[in-house]
Design a protein around this ligand. Structure first.
Ligand code: NCD
Length: 318
């Protein structure tokens, strides 16, 4: 693996390898000393052109637990806001000796541009590009599903036959796209549920069932996993649904819908949550919710990704 830009071209074996290395990383988190020397002397740059809290902190924690040095480069307050181009920024980072670049960018495709540009010869990790992809989020979601569904017996396994319903703002969601490709590769069945206005054009050609009726879908499928997505108001320049109450009534995981779910259905959300809009507080804070586990698992997944990209020598690690 040279870069981690998308889940679309990740093979089943490569995906399972990342998930299994993340299991090793999670074991490290339970030790008294949480740090491994694996990436000592390496420099990881977090290049964030778009606001983020949990993803940036998660990559930072992951790099530090592997003993790498971390440079956080936020586009606000940097020369980028003075008009410096991605090319100049990348060349500056290369000149400083960055060994890996984690990039979040508002434009779909920016990480790929960086990877193919020749401006910098370092592994590039996509931490979310526009509405396109967010591969480490999908990997941490798959990791979380595997751990919950297989009760600690998850190593080596895919998600064959697992039913996943992904609900909400699919149109703007890089999380939904990365999840779809990865879940497909791992053998899960995916259904998107959303108002018609929030389903992207062309989605009918994707390997996914599409529904506009949440109650009917939940009743018919009794899914193993329900993943709620955030309504991304900051990307909406038009009215995609009548109002928040209407959205919540039709497509939110409110208390009544949550109570009707099978008790072993897990409830996921990538965060940040709009409580009371796409998910009720009771659902988000329930024992079925994996919201905080997803955050914890995110560090293990990002450790695995950085480790595989920067050293690639699994045997030497543990
Ligand atoms: C997601 C993102 O930024 O794409 N969040 C995250 O990575 N924690 C989803 C979202 O913003 O709704």
């Amino acid at each position: 693996m040279r870069h981690l830009l998308t889940t679309k071209h990740l093979s089943r074996d490569a995906a399972i390898q990342i998930l299994d290395v993340a299991e090793d990383m999670a074991d490290v988190a339970n030790r008294e000393v949480k740090k491994l020397p694996a990436l000592r002397g390496k420099t990881v740059v977090n290049l964030f052109f778009e606001d983020s809290t949990r993803t940036r902190i998660s990559f930072e924690a992951a790099a530090k637990r592997l003993s790498a040095d971390v440079i956080n480069f936020s586009a606000k307050g940097s020369s980028v806001s003075k008009g410096e181009s991605l090319k100049d920024t990348a060349q500056t980072l290369a000149a400083m000796g960055a060994d890996a670049v984690v990039i979040r960018h508002q434009s779909s495709g920016a990480p790929q541009v960086l990877a193919e540009s020749g401006w910098i010869d370092a592994p590039i990790v996509n931490a979310g590009d526009g509405t396109h992809e967010h591969p480490t989020q999908a990997l941490l979601d798959a990791f979380t599903m595997r751990r919950r569904l297989y009760n600690g017996q998850s190593r080596g396994r895919d998600l064959d036959g697992v039913g996943v319903v992904i609900v909400g703002d699919i149109l703007h969601s890089r999380v939904a796209r990365s999840n779809l490709w990865l879940l497909e590769t791992l053998g899960a069945h995916v259904t998107f549920v959303a108002p018609a206005t929030l389903v992207p054009l062309g989605a009918e050609t994707w390997p996914v069932a599409i529904s506009y009726d949440l109650d009917a879908t939940l009743a018919a499928e009794k899914p193993d996993v329900v993943m709620m997505l955030r309504i991304q108001s900051e990307r909406m320049n038009a009215a995609f649904f009548p109002n928040a109450r209407e959205y919540s009534r039709e497509w939110g995981l409110d208390d009544v819908r949550f109570a009707a779910l099978p008790t072993d259905t897990i409830v996921m959300h990538p965060g940040p949550m709009n409580r009371g809009l796409e998910i009720s507080a009771a659902a988000a804070d329930s024992a079925q919710s994996t919201v905080l586990e997803q955050v914890t698992n995110g560090v293990s997944i990002r450790m695995a990704a950085l480790y595989l990209l920067l050293s690639g020598d699994r045997e030497a690690l543990l």
